[in-house]
Every structure is written in C-alpha cells, then in structure tokens.
Design a protein around this ligand. Sequence first.
Ligand code: FAD
Ligand code: MG
Length: 358
Amino acid sequence: MKIVKALKAKSILKYILPVIIVVILFSIWHFQRKIITVTKTRLVLGTVVEITVQGKNRGLLSDAVSAAFLRISEIEKIADRNTVDSEISKLNSLAMLGESKKIPVSRETLEMLNLARGVSESSGGAFDITVAPLVDLWNFKEGGQNRRIPEKGEIRERLKFVDYRNVIIDKSDNSISSDLAGIKLDLGGIAKGYAVDEAVLVLRGFGVESGVVNAGGDMAIIGNKVGGSPWVIGVQDPRDANKLIALLSLEDVSVVTSGDYERYFIHNEKRYHHIIDPNTGYPSNESISVTVIVKNTAKNKAKNTALADALATAIFVLGPEKGLELAESIDSVEVLIVGPSGKTFATKGVIDIIEYLD
Ligand code: FAD
Ligand code: MG
C-alpha cells in the first residue's frame, strides 16, 4: 500500500511541479515588469549631479527626484563660496573682521561645521575648512585663470590663517566666532557630501527605498537594486579616465572619491591639484586617489556622505599608512587608496566587496 501511495504522490508531483515553476517564473516576470527606473541629471554644486531611483510609481519617483534636486540647490545657496550672497560668503566677509563676535548660522552650516570639526580632530588637522585662503591663492576653480605656483612667502603668509581651532562653534545658540581677523571658511571638501545626504533624506521621505545619488563622485546608495542585487560602482583609474581599476558591490552605503585628476595643472612635469595639505600649504602628494565607503547602520544613518567626503579629503592628505590607520579606527568605514606610486592599499573589510580589474 505504502509503495502505491508514494508512486501516486510522485506522479501528482510530476504534473504539479511544472505548474508551480511556471507560476513562480510568471510572478518574477510580472514583479520585475512593474519596476520603473527614473534618472535625472542636473548641473549643480559645480558638477554633474545624477539621481537614479527605482520603484513602481513613475509619478511619485519623478516628484521625489525633483524635490531632491531642490534640496541640493538649497544647500548650494548656503555653502557656495562662488556666489556673494551665499551664507558662507556672508560669513566669510564677517569673520574676516575677527573680534570674537558671535555670528548666528543656519542649522545646515552648523551641522557641516560640526562634522568637519570631528574629521579635523581625528585626522590631526589634515582636513581643515579654514584652508580657504590657500584655496584662493592656488585657484583651482573650473576655468580658473592665471594659474601659477605661488611664492613661498605668499604661502607662509596665508598659512597663518589656517587652523580649524580658530573657529569657535557654540551649539547652544547656533553661532560661530573667531578672534583671528582674516580667517575664511571653505566647505568644498564636505558640502557636496552633505547635499547628497539631504537629497537622500528627501527621497526617503517620498518612500524611495532603492536608488543612487551621485554628485560628481560623491555617492549615496539607497538600499539594493529592486530584485535584491547590489549596486555595482566602478572606481576610475586615476591616470586613465577610460579605465576602471576595480568594481565595488554596494548596498546602503555612502561612497566618495577624492582624486588629484579632476582639478589640476602640470608645471615642469609636476602635478598641482586642489587638495591642499593644511600643514605645508601645497597640494598633497601623499595619494593619487582615495575612495571612502561608509556603511549605513541603525546608529549612523544621518550624514554618512558628508563624513565620507571629509574623510576622503583627509585620508588623501594623510597618505596610505596614516590613512588606513584612521579608517580602521572608525566603525563602518572602509577605504581604497591609490598611493603616490600607483600601488593600491585597502582596509580589511574591502575584500568582501571589491573585484580588482587588470
Ligand atoms: P574634495 O577632496 O572633496 O575636496 C577638495 C576641495 O575641498 C577643494 O576644492 C577645496 O575647496 C577644499 N579643500 C582642499 N584641501 C582641503 C583640506 N585639506 N581640508 C578641507 N578642505 C579642503 N566649482 C566651480 O568651478 N564652480 C562653482 O560654481 C562651484 N560651486 C560649488 C558649490 C558648492 C556648494 C560646492 C560644494 C562646490 C562647488 N564647486 C564649484 C566645486 C568645488 O570648487 C570643488 O571642486 C569641489 O567641491 C571639490 O570636490 P572634490 O570632490 O573634487 O574634492
Ligand atoms: Mg572631500
């Protein structure tokens, strides 16, 4: 009897199994068919910003992306030193007066200053937003004219104003002050990341659970791709724009690259670029490219692209040895560094997410 029953069950299964498989395949096809990807690109923050989101409601996705771009423009209005009426420009014209006078700042500026302060402290001043007088002297702005190597004396003169400890942040009344006349702030090493974080907050507010915000190499990755696979991001060869050195498989992280190949000039076969060592006043030669990954966790979800942005600049200045040490000391942070000779260095956790390309 038992054998007959088993045979019966087997033959029933024989007929039902193909039906089950067809139903599953149809469901997958039906589910995937409804996934919509919306991508929009704009020129903001002095760079190309691209937002890609996935979901099922095209109208909602499109509204979410437009709102995210609006938020990025708001951050630009606050942090852009290239326009005279931005908050940072106004702040700089006031702060130049010194006198320890308290100047009220917006919540956004205060947040950026606090984040910057943390990275300045942990990097021993390799990241320093008071580097502005040197940035102006070197003038690596897009289309910047009269590029030249400043005199040693000029650099020495401007270095007097470079030290983040001269900015006093008072969180109790949202104000900053400085008693050093001539001090100037530059949020160029952190504001792009901060703007990306704010864009992500807006997208999440619309219910977006899958997407990428990319502001010229400062990226936030929201969730997985719909369907569960990770987003794959290429790391550019710093000496060949058409080549990738590695692929990173990423989900729910921020990933930011700082390199010496976007804003630079070559003089007497030496490269001068926009990441300044606040200690020497000259562009740092300790790295060629630095990619920082900050994983989102329940604890640190808020401003990870800003953190990655500032850390990428800091680690660039520190170079492979000290840079790896700094990255290993911070939870949820990984880094891939291309050192001065082209050799790559990485934190231990990178092995799980990287595929090196030849
Ligand atoms: P990062 O490594 O992230 O940062 C380098 C930048 O940070 C430098 O350009 C300098 O500004 C600053 N910096 C240099 N050394 C240090 C250091 N040791 N510590 C801290 N900071 C340092 N570019 C234009 O050409 N035109 C524009 O109108 C324009 N508008 C912008 C508006 C905003 C709000 C922002 C954030 C950027 C804008 N930019 C603009 C781009 C800007 O000039 C920088 O090129 C860009 O922010 C650098 O980003 P990065 O990822 O290349 O380098
Ligand atoms: Mg940066």
